[in-house]
Design a binder for this molecule. Structure first.
Ligand code: FES
Length: 147
């Protein structure tokens, strides 16, 4: 059994400890906001926050999460939308929207760690892929969220 915290709730997963976090979240915890894109750590659709870092959940096993704190898109907002979510709406970022949860999680981690990121900081930190090519709007949204 593997134990850690997801969205401020203790969880126990009775599954192969090598199961990728992505599948534990989606299949066992029904947290389907975390998306599957490539399964190889390249696209970032599955990005979650693990102990304050943006982590591609398809690349980390649940065993590696033992005792850690995982936050998914479902609990990013508190009493109202997170500033990154508000900025994504204000800048009309989502097109198909599939990459949005991972983008938002990566952006939220970035502005927590770098409160006033430059465009270069944003482009280096958020390497998630967007097949719709909304990158300019993503940069503007992250800058707006950081204001
Ligand atoms: Fe994890 Fe693409 S699904 S990086």
């Amino acid at each position: 059994m593997t134990r850690f915290t997801v969205n401020n709730q203790p969880v126990e997963y009775r599954m192969d400890p090598e199961t990728p976090l992505l599948w534990a979240l989606r299949d066992a915890s029904n947290l389907t906001g975390t998306k599957y894109g490539c399964g190889t750590g390249d696209c970032g659709a599955c990005t979650v926050d693990v102990d304050g870092r943006a982590v591609r959940s398809c690349t980390i096993s649940i065993a590696a999460c033992e005792g850690r704190f995982v936050t998914t898109i479902e609990s990013l907002a508190r009493d109202r939308s997170h500033p990154v979510q508000q900025a994504f709406v204000a800048e009309s970022v989502p097109q198909c929207g599939y990459c949005t949860p991972g983008m938002v999680m990566a952006a939220a981690v970035l502005i927590r760690r770098t409160p006033d990121p430059s465009e270069d900081d944003i482009r280096k930190a958020i390497t998630n892929l967007c097949r719709c090519g909304t990158y300019p709007r993503i940069v503007r949204a992250v800058q707006r969220a950081a204001r």
